[in-house]
Design a protein. Sequence first.
Length: 423
Amino acid sequence: MPASILQLGRESELCLAELIQAAKLQGLLVSSEGEGLARLEGLGDQGAESGIAGFCERLGGTIRAVRPLAEQPLLDQIPVSEQPAPGLPTAMEQPPPGLPPVGGRSRIPLPRGPWALSALSEGLAEERERLRAWIRQGIESDPEAHGREERAAPGEVEVVPAKVFHLIRERHGLELCLWKDRAGEVRIGQTAWIYSPDDFAERDVGKPHRPRRRGLLPPKLARQMVNLAAHPGATRLLDPFCGAGAVLIEGMLLGYQVAGSDLREEALDQSRENLDWFLKRHSRDPARELPGYLFLKRFDVRKLSRQIDPLSFDMVVGEGDLGPPIRGALPRKAAVEHAKALEGLYVTAFAEIRIILKPGGRVCLAVPFWHPSAGEAIHLNLERRLALAGYVPVFKERGYRPILYRRKDQRVGRAIYVLESPA
């Protein structure tokens, strides 16, 4: 079966974990293809692009899906310059067996409209220029080939996804990509799918309430967390820290019945208005029927099992209290104090969540960790307590260690725990 190469987002460890979980649900195989890349196998020829597009549309951490153009590397068969060395064919000559012709029935397609060329691995600037020269030569030789190139920003070798999305989806263009495979060989492929930055941006900045002062869960990260908690047969999802409703919206988009709770009435009002806005916008699409939400109620996560029936949810997904906003320097002593102030909340929260989870249910919860101005990061002391609470890790090789999500300049990051309540 043909494989697809998937380019992962900035937090590649988190993105790969999401991809592995989503692939397991469909019986697909995932392996590493190198830094920031993964190989997906098992989709078959389900309409090729429609199969990979349908799978990737559910993900939050995948940027591109590329279809390799041949089982063997093709770049070595392309002349180093537009003036071939003696013995190599020109564009008008018949190439020897195995060498892709510059026009006609090439294994590397020539553009019939706007086109772009991106390198997905580091150190491929020279190879990218070789392929660009070869494509330009082909456009000059083939009367059916034409198109203006969409160039990368100066000093970059990858065209930004937003440009490629509009080039492919709206202008019916072509993107070719180069990358290094696991053996270090340079491969060439054609982009079969790329994520829509506009869709995520609408759900991020377009919704009525976007409270920045309490921290903001990006829709892409919320989508990844829902996928990390997904498992066969799951239908009901609870976010016990629902805030402005980011997890609930992504859960609905993935087809789950969602419910939210929060200790703050302000958060529930914001979540309700955001959900109503979202449902109203998507009611215009007759091809997509969304399940809606079960309830939005004011519950204290530390008393969750008194307010929600035991064994009633398949998934619990959310981002908890990240503590006070931190601007400027963060002394190590202050970071330790922040951790001590929140540790008890999360020990109790995980214990309560376990009670309302069905057997085999999963929790994906983001809790804070702190990166002080000097020294190592400060984490909540949860791993031993999670084991005592009866959870088992979803990713056995990681044990109870969380997946970390933090931008370089942030003092507070997210430690994402992915756990299962044993059947």
